[in-house]
Design a protein around this ligand. Structure first.
Ligand code: ADP
Ligand code: MG
Length: 215
């Protein structure tokens, strides 16, 4: 379970978000929709605790933003998968090793890494690209690799920040299909987007944010 309770973030510039409360239950598909600058990325950052709230709190499974210790943040993040608009893949590692990275960091055995990476690549339909470099792939394929990397740890929830922001409509539909498939298997999905038209085409709860507040 992920719960935001009356979350407020104030940047030194005066921008930020306030009074943000919502819950993501097991299996939810939730869209966070609002124009650029509304506060979507800030809300997501409070969930992976890159930004801690100035007021209120965020609960991610057993971890609470009020009480979490710095050394526990990496453990909390294993509950989450995160995907960004700009993919953030390593260009000097092939696809397999990009997806394997999170498992290597936590010291999984090679056999288990191989099994999990191959399954994650199959989930996003790109098993045949395992030995390619990211730059040898299209934007849509790179985003699917980023999704594979995010789900390889079998997270409780996948956070996607404008995952289709750099992609054309057809490619975006392919990414949405991948997210829906992941959700159908029980992983919660929270997707931030400024694209209302895209959201209308899909099932899922929609929460809207403008000027740092939920509508
Ligand atoms: P969105 O993702 O909806 O486009 P953001 O959460 O990135 O919105 O930003 C919300 C507001 O906070 C914007 O006005 C933005 O300029 C501001 N902002 C975001 N990050 C920072 C930061 N690190 N320092 C100062 N202001 C920020
Ligand atoms: Mg953003």
């Amino acid at each position: 379970m992920v719960e935001l309770q009356n979350v407020r973030v104030k940047y030194p510039t005066g921008d930020g978000v306030e009074k943000i409360s919502f819950t993501i239950a097991s299996g939810d598909f939730l869209f966070l929709v609002g124009p650029s600058g509304a506060g979507k990325s800030t809300v997501l950052k409070t969930i992976y605790m890159d930004v801690l709230p100035d007021e209120g709190h965020v609960q991610v499974e057993e971890y609470n933003s009020l009480f979490i210790r710095k050394k526990d943040v990496p453990f909390m993040r294993r509950k989450l998968g995160v995907v960004f608009q700009d993919f953030k893949l390593f260009n000097d590692r092939d696809v397999f090793r990009n997806v394997a990275f999170a498992l290597e960091v936590i010291g999984r055995k090679n056999k288990e890494i191989k099994r999990r990476v191959l399954r994650a690549l199959a989930d996003v339909g790109l098993s045949h690209k395992a030995r390619k470099l990211p730059r040898e792939l299209s934007g849509g394929e790179q985003q699917r690799i980023a999704i594979a990397r995010a789900i390889v740890n079998e997270p409780y929830i996948l956070l996607a920040d404008e995952p289709t922001g750099n992609l054309d409509p057809l490619t975006s539909a392919g990414i949405m299909a991948v997210l829906e498939r992941i959700n159908a298997r029980g992983t919660s999905v929270l997707m931030a987007t400024h694209n209302y038209d895209l959201v209308k085409k899909y099932h899922g709860r929609v929460i809207r944010i403008e000027n740092g507040k939920l509508l």
